[in-house]
Ligand binder design. Structure first.
Ligand code: ASN
Length: 607
């Protein structure tokens, strides 16, 4: 019954008018096909002897009677069952949806035709094993080309594990795979199953989101980012470290920036080989070394160690650390994940550093579910040696973590930076791109400021770059533009958030730079915007102006004056510039200084 029925397509292809898509005589124009794999879970459970258990062969029959999820008239008039089989249903025609048109995915609202493949036995998800994950993966692979998207009905208890595992097993995925289920059976009067099923079907059928996702309570999440957080609420899942990929409120709003981008030309395939010698170990105060030792014994090959806070473990427990070190030396891969619901492991504490010394790999902001299934997937890769597997564990494979981009924040010559760029060109998610962008911005913006290329700065700004950021020497684009005397550029920067008070590593502000390079107009503009010398700089200016006076450098004196220096400020020996000029007989300088002073007193301090 899961065969594609090309006959229907061919027969109906004689209908040539898309405008007639809503007429039953021409259903071919706007249909999306979704395969629903029903693995079990509460959504299809009924009460037996006072406990909920899956009910076989009831789901399709029940849905067929629900007009909200099935349009029997359409099915009959288009002879749908003949072509797609009796386990196929079709959603009613949805109201026009502007979002779909906006994204150009579908000019028409599509009919979602969905075929249900029911597993036997149906499982409470507590009974799921890695074999079941493999079965789901293979069924998707087998039917991949016949459907636009896939919905997996699954119990909520282990849904986060299955979603994580499938995200890794499905390599080069190009279509949506959406897991959903419910907290209350769909047969109950008040239930969350109907909404969850409908939402998952609509998204799977109409949006090309090439990810394994989880849809629950009006939100679409990245599957490997979720965890079940509530046993008694319809809002059962949380994605603590990544915002939802979509929200289904009045409109279905897809957060396209966060959606994983296809990064390969390779064909979709499902890797069902999984290593089961993996485990989760949660640290707790007082855990004994023998517990840890026992846990890490062969055949254990990969462990997710759930540590405290930002990836910490006791650094006063050599017995414990020794067991961890012994295991990693023996080739066990241990991933450091936090027990906290939200946040990431870091090495800012001594108690975190000891784990790196013990050979652990930082798991970033991965959920334990994602880390465990990733281990299972990576360890099963027979073609890779241990080092390659470790490297893979530390990398962001499917958006399950924010890769360690610390290197990207250092400088361009850091080879890790280049690697990160190279990687992000092929593997990218919103967070990675933002980190790269932030790392590149200062350099690119300073380069643009140097040549006065406002268009380039505009482009950077449009990317969301912050033009106030300094480079490795703390030099901001405004510093550079001030040095070069690019007045328009300075103007642009000042009106787009650049700070006149930014100091580079030498303590210099853009005003200091403009004075040094004698950029008169820039100095004026900066002063107008509130730039000023520090008190210390103003004191130092005395000596500087004395030597300018001695050299007869009137341009220099004017610049200092424009920049706010007091022409009467004495130098290191107590003499002022005018006294120096008088002493050495530079009458023109004296006259110039007097003119400047009277001009200044007439017009106030700022020119
Ligand atoms: N025990 C059920 C399961 O995971 C829970 C549910 O689906 N709400 O199959």
């Amino acid at each position: 019954s899961l065969q594609l029925h090309p006959g229907r397509r061919r027969k109906l292809s004689s209908c040539n008018s898309i405008e007639n898509a809503d007429l039953i005589t021409s259903p071919c124009a706007a249909e999306a096909r979704v395969l629903v794999i029903n693995t079990g879970g509460t959504i299809g459970m009924t009460l037996h002897d006072d406990v909920l258990a899956p009910q076989a062969n009831a789901f399709v029959k029940s849905l067929r009677k629900l007009p909200i999820v099935h349009d029997e008239t359409y099915a009959q008039q288009t002879r749908m069952y003949e072509y797609y089989g009796s386990d196929t249903l079709v959603l009613p025609k949805p109201a026009p949806h502007p979002d779909l048109q906006f994204h150009g995915l579908s000019k028409q609202n599509k009919r979602i035709v969905y075929t249900i493949l029911e597993y036997n036995p149906l499982l409470d998800s507590s009974n799921m094993t890695t074999d079941d994950w493999g079965r789901i993966g293979k069924d998707i692979e087998r039917n991949y080309e016949s459907y636009d998207g896939f919905v997996i009905l699954h119990g909520t208890d282990t849904m986060a594990y299955t979603a994580s595992a499938l995200s890794f097993m499905c390599e080069h995925l190009g279509k949506p795979i959406i897991l959903t289920g419910s907290q209350v059976p769909i047969y109950e009067m008040r239930n969350d199953g109907r909404d969850n099923l409908l939402g998952a079907l609509l998204i799977a059928g109409q949006f090309v989101i090439p990810e394994v996702c989880l849809y629950f309570y009006n939100k679409l999440y990245r599957g490997n980012r979720v965890t079940k957080v509530d046993a008694g609420s319809f809002n059962a899942f949380s994605s603590p470290n990544l915002p939802p990929l979509a929200t289904a409120e009045v409109d279905i709003a897809i957060n396209w920036d966060t959606v994983w981008r296809a990064n390969t030309t390779a064909k979709f395939q499902v890797k069902t080989e999984l290593n089961r010698n993996v485990g989760l170990l949660r640290l707790f105060p007082g855990i004994t070394a023998s517990t840890v030792k026992a846990f890490l014994q062969p055949p254990m090959e990969g462990v997710v160690l759930e540590t405290y806070g930002s990836g910490n473990a006791p650094d006063n427990r050599p017995d414990l650390l020794e067991q961890l070190k012994k295991a990693t030396d023996a080739g066990v891969i241990i991933i450091n994940c936090t027990q906290c619901l939200r946040g990431s492991v870091s090495t800012s504490y001594a108690t975190g550093k000891v784990l790196i010394e013990a050979g652990l790999i930082a798991g970033g902001d991965m959920t334990p579910e994602a880390a465990l299934s990733k281990l299972s997937y990576v360890l099963a890769k027979k073609e890779l040696d241990l080092e390659a597997k470790k490297k893979m564990m530390a990398e962001n494979l499917r958006g399950e973590m924010i890769a360690d981009l610390a290197g990207a924040k250092l400088c361009l010559s850091d080879s890790r930076f280049i690697q990160v760029i190279a990687k992000s060109l092929s593997v990218s998610c919103k967070e990675e791109l933002e980190a790269i962008r932030d790392a590149l911005t200062p350099t690119l913006a300073c380069a643009a400021a140097k040549i006065g290329d406002i268009e380039a700065l505009k482009a950077l700004k449009e990317m969301g770059s912050n033009l106030c950021l300094g480079d490795y020497d703390g030099r901001t684009p405004l510093h550079v533009a001030a040095c070069e005397g690019h007045l328009k550029m300075v103007q642009y920067l000042l009106s787009h958030g650049a700070s006149v008070h930014a100091k580079d590593r030498y303590g210099d502000t853009p005003l200091c730079n403009a004075v040094r390079f004698r950029r008169k107009e820039v100095v004026k503009l900066l002063r107008k915007t509130g730039a000023h010398f520090s008190r210390h700089e103003l004191e130092e200016a005395g000596t500087e102006m004395c030597s300018l006076a001695a050299n007869g450098d009137m341009d220099g004196l004017e610049i200092w004056s424009l920049a706010g220096a007091d022409l009467n400020q004495p130098g290191y020996d107590g003499q002022t510039a005018i006294q120096v000029a008088q002493a050495i007989g530079k009458k023109d300088v004296v006259a110039f200084l007097l003119r400047l002073m009277s001009k200044k007193s007439k017009s106030g301090v700022i020119q």
